[in-house]
Design a protein around this ligand. Structure first.
Ligand code: GDP
Ligand code: MG
Length: 163
């Protein structure tokens, strides 16, 4: 009965990278989800002595030949149904895309806390790229660089504050 934190976002924004970084210190596989082969989906994690379970919704392989947009919708809905907190991950290099706007629309209607993170902000110079993400209507975007573990503390503070 630990809180569940779902990571949602379109392909290639860095969900698996973030997931693996957060789980790095204390990795234990919670369970294998039937039919899932590509990525680890569930992971136990901990921040400031608060334990939680993370789900990488992008690792869930859908049975049908869905378009990216329809699988994004399904994954966002899975997160809304299962999670206590949703981390919506976007890509600061790519900027706001139509798929991001669609995910945001779904998440704004969820009665769950949503934390918006903008990944791939590797340098100070890229901080300006974060502002357009305010347009998604999900509050303050948190800049991170998951690959280098930059600003992960700010993100995780927000996550555990919302339990
Ligand atoms: P997913 O499809 O959302 O799970 O994305 P992945 O975690 O597989 O990452 C997609 C690509 O983005 C990979 O090539 C990663 O190396 C790259 N990536 C992830 N995090 C960062 C980051 O902080 N900065 C940069 N520049 N690239 C990143
Ligand atoms: Mg992935």
């Amino acid at each position: 009965s630990k809180p569940i934190v779902a990571i949602v976002g379109r392909p290639n924004v860095g969900k698996s990278t973030l997931f693996n970084q957060i789980g790095k210190k204390r990795v234990s596989i919670v369970e294998d989800f039937p039919g899932v082969t590509r990525d680890r989906i569930y992971m136990d994690a901990e921040w400031l002595d608060k334990k939680f379970t993370m789900i990488d919704t992008g690792g869930i392989e859908l049975e049908s030949q869905d378009t990216i947009l329809s699988s994004i919708r399904v994954q966002a809905q899975l997160a809304i149904d299962e999670a206590d907190v949703i981390v919506f991950l976007t890509d600061g290099r790519a900027g706001v895309t139509n798929a991001d706007a669609e995910i945001a629309r779904i998440l704004r209607n969820a009665r769950k806390p949503v934390i918006l993170a903008v990944n791939k902000i590797d340098t100070q110079k890229q901080q300006m790229d974060v502002y357009e993400f305010y347009n998604l209507g999900l509050g303050d975007p948190i800049p991170i660089a998951a690959a280098n573990s930059l600003n992960m503390g700010d993100l995780l503070d927000k996550v555990v504050e919302s339990f």
